[in-house]
Design a protein around this ligand. Structure first.
Ligand SMILES: Cc1ncc(COP(=O)(O)O)c(C=O)c1O
Length: 393
């Protein structure tokens, strides 16, 4: 059985979450917009899912919009706020290390005349709130900064960034909290953002469902038109089972977070020490302000894709960086923005632990991962790790 150390890509759905969803895939099948008893029952369950998720986020139930996942939440937030703000300005400020669901959406908006300013980050992937403040002009309508990076796990000082933006009337702050959600206590009232994106599959909920928090009073244009679902912000018959699953998964994640964070951080640190003992290995991302489950490194003299493939053959699932970028020949835009030259960035490896990771699994990882990395550095592993190489000989 392969050891799963790629929780930043996605997590397994918890059995309790499957149980919570099942009635809404079977007997409670009504359309929440129908007026009859079936519809009313579905509506009550959907309202409850809003309520439960909102309570955990410390916001109002009407401020939560269920979507199909992190990508849609980011698209709705950015396009919705950009079009809504166009009369006031066209400048959008973001960081240079956002997930493509933000970066590519903003690139799309550029085609319509929006000016997108990508701010630099430091060697650890941190954005300086002063730099954000300096980038704001009276034409700025939107700032989008992720709470935690998906490749290197660095956590941004969102509270301080929000503080700098607060005095600027009309500037909407969007935060992609997709990676942070399982690990960081999200009090959205206190965070100070206007729009926050979440995805259930990062915290042991089902794939295909996410949420966008829309602070009361934030002007947002719907990006999907049709019915009046989700208070006119996202048309289409709601997926009740997925919404219930997301709420259930988030409740469990929050309830267990303190214990999970402490335990997983301990396991991650044990693995980190073993991996950093390999010559040429360097931790990427911030040494302290980082997600507890995420270990990201570059190892000079290795190719991250070949290492990940080699580890897969040894029964350990890891990744090079973002799962969405797998198969792309480009080096990570995140590591480039952090100042890593291409040849170093090519040696990137992301190992991400989750709530279900066991100490025994980390014992195995501690034994196997450094050995595989050393073999790749010395060149011994290249033939074994590259299936095409076998075909060529
Ligand atoms: C930071 C971040 N934003 C957005 C997404 C996209 O989320 P989804 O896969 O639910 O569309 C991901 C997924 O990996 C992510 O890590």
């Amino acid at each position: 059985m392969t050891i799963y150390l790629d929780h930043a890509a996605t997590t397994p759905v918890r059995p309790e979450v499957v149980d919570a969803m099942l009635p809404y895939l079977t007997e409670v099948f009504g359309n929440p917009s129908s007026a009859h008893a079936y519809g009313r029952r579905a509506r009550a369950a959907l309202d409850e899912a809003h309520e439960r998720l909102a309570t955990r986020l410390n916001v109002g139930p009407r401020e939560v919009v269920f979507t199909s996942g992190g990508t849609e939440s980011n698209n709705l937030a950015l396009k919705g706020a950009a079009w809504a703000g166009k009369a006031h300005g066209h400048r959008i400020v973001t960081s240079s290390i956002e997930h493509h669901a933000v970066g590519h959406t903003l690139r799309y908006l550029e085609k319509f005349g929006f000016e997108v300013v990508e701010l630099p980050v430091d060697r650890y992937g941190r954005l300086d709130p002063d730099v954000v403040e300096a980038a704001l002009t009276d034409r700025t309508i939107l700032v989008s900064v992720m709470l935690a990076n998906n490749e290197v796990g660095t956590i941004q000082p969102i509270g301080e960034i929000a503080e700098r933006i607060r005095s600027r009337r009309g500037v909407v702050l969007h935060v992609d909290a997709v990676q942070a959600a399982p690990w960081v206590d999200l009090d959205l009232e206190a965070l100070g953002a206007d729009l926050v994106s979440l995805a259930a599959h990062k915290f042991e909920g089902p794939k295909g469902v996410g949420a966008l928090y829309v602070r009361h009073g934030t002007h947002l244009l719907a990006q999907q038109h049709g019915g009046s679902q989700e208070r006119h912000r996202r048309a289409g018959t709601e997926s009740l089972a997925l919404a219930v699953g997301m709420a259930a998964a988030y409740e469990l994640s929050c309830a267990e977070r303190p214990g999970t964070v402490a335990r997983v951080r301990g396991l991650r640190d044990r693995l980190r020490d073993a991996v950093l003992a390999v010559d040429g290995a360097e931790l990427t991302g911030h040494p302290r302000e980082r997600l507890p489950g995420l270990l990201s490194v570059v190892v000079t003299g290795t190719d991250g894709s070949a290492v990940a493939l080699g580890l897969d053959l040894e029964g350990i699932a890891t990744s090079v960086g973002s799962a969405c970028a797998t198969g792309s020949a480009d080096v990570s835009h995140v590591l480039s923005a952090m100042g890593y030259p291409d040849d170093e960035a090519r040696g990137a490896l992301r190992i991400s632990l989750g709530r279900t990771t066991t100490s025994d699994e980390i014992d195995t990882a501690v034994a196997v991962i450094p050995t595989v990395l050393r073999a790749h550095r010395s060149g011994e592993a290249v033939l074994a790790a590259d299936p095409l190489a076998e075909l060529q000989v």
